[in-house]
Design a protein around this ligand. Structure first.
Ligand SMILES: C[S@@+](CC[C@H](N)C(=O)[O-])C[C@H]1O[C@@H](n2cnc3c(N)ncnc32)[C@H](O)[C@@H]1O
Length: 388
C-alpha cells in the first residue's frame, strides 16, 4: 500500500529533490522546492532516509515556475524547470560547496559565484537521441525506454528543426546532432559528416558528431576565458598538458604563449579533429596523442615535459582514473593543476585524492551553468602547491 507523508522543505539536494524531515528522518522529495509544505508518496524508506515523489503542494514557493516542456517529469533530461532560473543558480552553487565540504572535507577553499548561461532554453548545441517506434527521443527518467519527442526546449533551434523531420524508419539506434556556430546541423548517421569546422571565440576548431563537444557554446567560451585568466601571463617557457583533451578545445582557446601544448584522449575521432585543427592553424608547438590517460599520460608527460609544466584534467562524468590522480599527486614537475568537472560529487572525490596528505591545495573553484534546467553542475578547480 502506498504511504503518504507531509513535510516542510528547507533545501534543494544535488539532483534537484527538495529536502525535508519527518520525525527527525531526512527525506528527499522529487518535485518539491525549498520553502514549500508538501504531501509526498514514499518510494523508498531506509533506516537513514526516505525518498518520495511530491503528490500535493500545500504551500507553494514564490520561486515555483510552470515547466516549459510537455515531456517534463517523464523525460530523463531536465530536473529543474519548475524553479526560477535565479534560484536554480543559487542552489547549484550551494550544492557544489556542500559536496566539496562534505566529501573532500575541505572547508577553506574559495568558491566564486556561478556563471549563468546566456540562455536557459535553446542553449544545447549537441544532443544524442535514441530510436523509438515512431520518433527519436530521450531515455525516460530512471529507465531505458524512449520518450519520443517532437521538440526539446533546451536544444538549439537548428537541432529542433532537424528533430521535427527525423524518422526512425531504417535509422540507427542512436543519433547525435550537433549545431555549429552558424546554426547548421551535423549528424552522426549521415555519411560525409565525420568532421565540421566550428568557431569558438574567433578560433576555427574541427568538431565531429562522433566526438565529445561541450554542449553550451557561451559557457564553454567563458570557461576558456576563466582558465586563461587564472593561468595568467609569463608561461612562455612552459608546457600545457591536457588530459582527456577531446578535440583540443581548451588547448586551442588559451591565448598564452606556451612553449608546447600536449593533449591526450582515447577517442580517435577527437584526436583526428585536434590534429587537423593544429594543421589548419599552422601550430607547430602542439602535439595530440590517442591514448588512455591512466595508461599513457605519464609516459607522454615524461617524454615531453619542459622546465615548467601545467596540467588541465577534463574527464568524463565518471571522473578521472584514481591511479592517474595518485601520480598527479606525487608529480613534482607540475606547477599547477586545473580540473574541469561536470559532476560535483566526482569532483569532490577527486579533490580528496589530490589534496590527501598535503599533495596539492585546492585554491579556488568556480561553477558554470553549462546545463540550465538540469541537475548537472560544471565547475573549474585550481590546485596549487602547498606553501612551504
Ligand atoms: C568531458 S570530455 C572533455 C573533452 C575536451 N576537454 C572538451 O572540452 O572538448 C571527456 C573526454 O575524455 C575522453 N576519455 C574518456 N575516457 C578516457 C580515457 N580513459 N583516457 C583518455 N580519454 C578518455 C573522451 O573521449 C572525451 O573526449
Amino acid at each position: 500500500m502506498t504511504k503518504h507523508l507531509r513535510t516542510n522543505i528547507y533545501s534543494l539536494a544535488f539532483g534537484a529533490s527538495g529536502v525535508g524531515k519527518v520525525d527527525g528522518k531526512v527525506c528527499f522529495v522529487r518535485g518539491a522546492l525549498p520553502g514549500e509544505e508538501v504531501m509526498f508518496e514514499v518510494v523508498k524508506d531506509t533506516s537513514r532516509y526516505i525518498e518520495g515523489d511530491v503528490t500535493e503542494i500545500l504551500v507553494p514557493s514564490a520561486d515555483r515556475r510552470e515547466p516549459v516542456c510537455r515531456y517534463y517529469n517523464k523525460c530523463g533530461g531536465c530536473q529543474i524547470q519548475h524553479l526560477s532560473y535565479e534560484k536554480e543558480l543559487f542552489h547549484k552553487k550551494e550544492q557544489l560547496v556542500q559536496l566539496i565540504r562534505r566529501i573532500a572535507s575541505d572547508k577553506d577553499f574559495e568558491c566564486d559565484d556561478i556563471v549563468a548561461s546566456r540562455d536557459c532554453y535553446h542553449y544545447r548545441s549537441s544532443v544524442t537521441l535514441h530510436k523509438g517506434l515512431e520518433r527519436y527521443g530521450y531515455y525516460r527518467r530512471k529507465a531505458k525506454d524512449v520518450i519520443e519527442i517532437e521538440e526539446c526546449p533546451i536544444a538549439g533551434e537548428g537541432i529542433n528543426r532537424e528533430l521535427a523531420g527525423l524518422s526512425p524508419a531504417g535509422g540507427k539506434d542512436e543519433i547525435t546532432l550537433k549545431e555549429d556556430h552558424e546554426g547548421r546541423v551535423w549528424r552522426s548517421d549521415r555519411p560525409g559528416e565525420r568532421f565540421f569546422l566550428d568557431r569558438y571565440a574567433g578560433v576555427d576548431i574541427y568538431m565531429s558528431p562522433k566526438a565529445f563537444s561541450q554542449p553550451n557554446r557561451y559557457i564553454s567560451e567563458k570557461i576558456a576565458a576563466t582558465l586563461e585568466s587564472w593561468i595568467g601571463p609569463s608561461w612562455d617557457d612552459a608546457a600545457f598538458f591536457e588530459a582527456y583533451c577531446g578535440v583540443g578545445f581548451y588547448s586551442f582557446l588559451l591565448g598564452q604563449d606556451f612553449r608546447l601544448r600536449v593533449g591526450v584522449d582515447s577517442s580517435r575521432t577527437a584526436i583526428d579533429c585536434a590534429k587537423t585543427t593544429a594543421k589548419r592553424l599552422e601550430w607547430g608547438n602542439v602535439k595530440f596523442y590517442r591514448g588512455e590517460v591512466e595508461k599513457d599520460f605519464f609516459e607522454i608527460f615524461n617524454r615531453t615535459k619542459k622546465r615548467r609544466n601545467l596540467l588541465l584534467v577534463d574527464p568524463p562524468r565518471a571522473g578521472a582514473a584514481r591511479d592517474f590522480l595518485e601520480k598527479v599527486k606525487e608529480c613534482d614537475d607540475l606547477e599547477r593543476v586545473y580540473y574541469l568537472s561536470c559532476d560535483p560529487a566526482r569532483l569532490a572525490r577527486d579533490i580528496k585524492i589530490l589534496t590527501a596528505g598535503g599533495g596539492w591545495v585546492l585554491g579556488r573553484v568556480k561553477p558554470f551553468d553549462m546545463f540550465p534546467r538540469t541537475k548537472h553542475i560544471e565547475a573549474l578547480a585550481e590546485f596549487v602547491k602547498p606553501k612551504t
